[in-house]
Design a protein around this ligand. Sequence first.
Ligand code: CP
Length: 311
Amino acid sequence: MNKVKGLKNKDLLGLKDLSVEELQLILKTAVSMKEVISRPIPKVPTLLGKHLVTLFYEPSTRTRTSFNMAAKVLSANITNVALSSSSISKGESLIDTAKNLEVMGVDAIIIRHNMAGAAHLLARQTRACVINAGDGCDEHPTQGLLDIFTMIDKKKTVKGKKVVIVGDIAHSRVAKSNIWGLNKLGANVVVVGPPTLMPDGIEELGVKVSYDLDRELRDADFVNMLRIQRERMDKGFFPSIGEYAKLYGLNAGRLKNARPDLVIMHPGPINRGIEMTSEVADGPNTVILEQVTNGVAVRTALLFLLLSGNN
Ligand code: CP
């Protein structure tokens, strides 16, 4: 697989693996792709003849749709393998599925899986480019990229900025990718959440741990509210949804002590009334839908860099 000089691997598995230069290259390329996407006819022939497959073992609206749109902007073919109507439902393994896709001539597999490490496993088994669209509680690198792209779009840089990541840190692959990427680019990251949802040793990733959202919001530049991932919780991690919302949810009252230019983010889908009230979700400081728009640009940039073979 050819790739643009600048990304050293054939795959994108996590922001943990990327150098600062690679991160900056993707973010810079996404600025160009945002311009391409804004054209009356948002289509260039760069990936004509390339075949991409999405292989999602978990549901998705934003990630899968934006990868589809990105592929189409670059004139690539893309096929969505649906879990329920594919042979995965008959018990075919991930590796067998990937090997069969590979011999059909697939150039890239975009995978979401409930097991951490699934994308890494696949990348070792196939010559095709593998893009991690979320693996268990490990990483969601394109979400991390689009979050950082949105932050830079709003405040020019993340260097020296305070980013507060709130909620279910333990189960959140979005938090991990944000932490890896933001630390590399010089942001000050604080994670806030219930002690039961704070993984042991998270400080070793270079973040400050806090349990006091009100205190951390006072001087924050960005707050990234994470979704409560009930599908990954096999026991009660907090007494009640109401208590969680009271301690860790955003509402208008809580924002009174924050800076007026605080940028409020959420990867989606939002549990309205839990992570934030609708008043906040739809309010003037919130950039949640801009994040989604930027996701198309970031994913277009990534496909271009991994698959175009141009320099
Ligand atoms: N943020 C995110 O990954 O959304 P989807 O699950 O809809 O793809």
